[in-house]
Design a protein around this ligand. Structure first.
Ligand code: SDX
Length: 428
């Protein structure tokens, strides 16, 4: 039986701190009284050893490469569920009954449109604008047209705002795609399910009969499921931090989009494809790039490799890799980038540097290859990640508010100048 407290000996005294139990995974030391009792704070750059909250939503075992949404293994969810059902699961405590699912879908469809004025907003962006910057701005702008969704104080208000944001966000994501392609925007179609509707808003051409390719829609649905939530990652922690000031849901998610954009986080799926294309253009010498990634004097990193928590294969990468094989076979696609990715994976996983640091392919390593096969441009890959992560951001934001988490305000270890008097410029 493990101890239920820890003892800190400091300055000739002993201090006890209780352990917060978990159902699975890390137990935590409750240090809420540490500073009052010892005058000390903790320092943990990047919060590698620090829990920011108590959560019931998603759990991942980084050592064994396992991921659970509300206790359900990602492999079973990816095979048997749908993105809409996963959205319900993350936002509530369990999988929906038939009636609950129908009510949830109906709740989303009532908002399956976006105010006409928003179209004028997207028109002012240059076609060259990065879709993630456009998406973040449009998400913030949604507040102006949905003020009630800003100040959510009750669970009912939160569920209403969630349904509204889920419905409208898929339009904004599709619109950023149409803007990038120089195409007019499409409206939603209530006769379709969520992912079919998104697919049609993206790919329906004004001059052609629209055909829903079920192979593509199923692949999109699976990819969105795999990106839906992932504990307290950088963008989710951003959404929680902004929401902890009681900022509205839409503005909190807009901040999360900007965090996800970073190439060390969700932006890695775009960086992976750019890296694979660079290797291909440079003659396909993967060993050369593995050596570059190992060289401390070279800031090149193997994008799509490594993870703050997974020290084993990211289970999502395994599922996506299999899905890539299936979709390529179904669509009869050959992609040099996939060949290079497979070679890169083989060389890296046999290299001592990567083995020693437990660097494995993560969710971003293969996702871009599939998105490209589905006809999605590289700069849209992180928008696809954002659409998938939306239910995770919302469910974590909702949990933070329902648990009444305090406003986030970390402390620091100061190493700057000590107190000194102002000196007039003439005397400097
Ligand atoms: C996502 O947190 C989440 O859950 C995120 C995510 C989600 O679903 O929300 O899973 C999505 O963001 C996946 C990660 C996508 N990012 C990338 O693929 C970018 C490339 N990866 C790295 O930048 C890095 O691995 C991170 C940012 C993902 C993790 O960085 P850490 O945990 O801070 O690790 P570190 O930088 O301290 O690296 C430890 C060692 C270092 O070497 P040493 O100083 O010990 O000699 O590993 C090396 C690093 O140099 N290293 C790499 C490497 N990643 C780490 N070396 C070469 N190539 C890499 N990709």
């Amino acid at each position: 039986m493990s101890d239920n407290k820890v003892i800190l000996n400091y300055d000739g005294k002993s201090f006890e701190y209780p352990i917060v139990e978990s159902t699975i995974g890390d137990r935590g030391i409750d240090i809420s009284k540490l500073r009052d009792q010892t005058g000390l704070i903790t320092l943990d750059l990047g919060y590698k050893n620090t829990g920011a909250t108590i959560s019931n939503i998603t759990y991942l075992d980084g050592d064994n490469g396992e991921l659970y949404y509300r206790g359900y293994p990602i492999e079973q969810i990816a095979e048997k569920s749908s993105f809409t059902e996963v959205m319900y699961l993350l936002l509530n405590d369990d999988l929906p009954t038939t009636e609950q699912f129908a009510g949830f879908e109906k709740g989303i469809k009532q908002y399956n449109f976006v105010a006409d004025e928003m179209k004028r907003l997207i028109d002012v962006f240059p076609r060259s604008a990065h879709p993630m910057g456009v998406l973040s701005a449009l998400t913030s702008a949604l507040i102006a047209f949905n003020p009630k969704a800003v100040d959510v104080r009750s669970k009912e208000d939160m569920d209403h705002a969630a349904e509204m944001l889920i419905a409208k966000f898929s339009h904004l994501c599709a619109w950023t795609y149409r803007k990038k392609m120089g195409l007019s925007i499409n409206h939603g179609d209530d006769s379709l399910n969520y992912v079919e509707n998104f697919y049609k808003m993206c790919f329906r051409r004004p001059n052609q009969e629209f055909h829903l390719d079920s192979t593509v829609v199923n692949a999109l649905d699976k990819l969105l499921i795999l990106h839906a939530d992932h504990e307290q990652n950088c963008s989710t922690s951003t959404v929680r931090m902004v929401g902890s000031a009681h900022t509205g849901l839409f503005a909190s998610v807009s901040a999360g989009i900007s965090a996800l954009w970073g190439p060390l986080h969700g932006g890695a799926n775009q960086a992976v494809i750019e890296m694979l294309e660079m290797i291909e253009k440079d003659g396909g010498d993967v060993a050369k790039y593995v050596e570059k990634a190992k060289n401390k004097d070279d800031d090149f990193r193997l994008m799509g490799f490594g993870h703050r928590v997974y020290k084993n294969f990211d289970p999502r990468a395994r599922i996506i890799k299999k899905a890539a094989d299936d979709i390529f076979a179904a669509l009869g696609i050959e992609d040099k980038a996939l060949d290079i990715a497979l070679q890169l994976e083989k060389v890296a996983l046999e290299d001592e540097y990567f083995i020693e640091r437990k660097l494995y392919p993560n969710v971003d390593f293969y996702s871009g290859i599939i998105y490209r096969a589905l006809g999605i441009p590289t700069e849209m890959f992180t928008v696809m990640f954002a659409l998938g992560r939306l239910p995770g951001w919302i469910s974590q934001w909702k949990e933070m508010r329902l648990h009444n988490d305090p406003i986030g305000r970390p402390r620091q270890v100061y190493q700057g100048a000590t107190k000194r008097d102002y000196v007039d410029m003439s005397a400097r």
